[in-house]
Design a protein around this ligand. Structure first.
Ligand code: ZN
Length: 201
């Protein structure tokens, strides 16, 4: 059977080891396995490719570290799994000029954060909001979003939709980004008001 190798790798990525660590051993394990195995039989090679991409980002995270001149710093946790990240953004007007993250947690959360930083660096907030919306749709099971080339290698995380407990892991980075961009918008608004007041004086 060719599926066994992929199945073991899948368990490592999507499995419930993190849930067990949080004191909920084995919850949902049986149905998780049955569903996963049947699907692996159908798309083993794609699954293997996607797992390689996820593990590559987990082991060699892109944009990991801190920024010297961060405009925004957002800590974000996923207590369900024990994932935590701090996302730092350097803004240039309405665009992200640079981005870094630190953190630890499961492979899904850390790989998703690494992929997210690659996707948003240098982009305008309007474009980022669109990408974020597509990514959210994909991990919630939207097949059309999962085929959207604008999501690039992040489409490797489409399989998360089959594991509801892992969706929060995949969205951790995007939730942090959303909060960071909201804070940045408030900052820019305050700056504009201060400029306006200064001109009046
Ligand atoms: Zn996680």
């Amino acid at each position: 059977m060719t599926g066994s190798k992929e199945r073991r790798a899948g368990e490592k990525i999507y499995g419930f080891t993190a849930g067990a660590r949080a004191g909920r051993p084995g919850r949902g394990r049986r149905s998780l396995h049955a569903g996963y195995i049947s699907r692996v039989m159908a798309d083993a090679s794609l699954t293997a490719l996607y797992q390689d991409i996820i593990l590559d980002h987990y082991r060699r995270p892109r944009n990991k570290g801190t920024l010297e001149h961060a405009s925004i710093s957002v800590p974000m946790r996923n207590p369900l799994c024990g994932d935590e990240i701090t996302l730092e953004l350097e803004m240039n007007g309405d665009a992200i000029s640079d981005v870094r993250f630190t953190g630890r947690g499961c492979s899904i959360s850390q790989a998703s954060t690494s992929m997210m930083t690659e996707m948003v660096k240098g982009k305008h907030v309007a474009e980022i909001a669109q990408i974020g919306e597509r990514f959210r749709a994909m991990v919630m099971g939207d097949a059309e979003a999962a085929a959207d080339v604008t999501l690039g290698r992040a489409r490797a995380l489409a399989g998360v939709a089959r594991f509801p407990a892992r969706v929060k892991c995949a969205l951790l980075a995007w939730n942090a980004l959303e909060r960071g961009l909201a804070e940045s918008a408030v900052q820019r608004e305050q700056d504009r008001e201060q400029d306006a007041t200064a001109r009046e004086i």
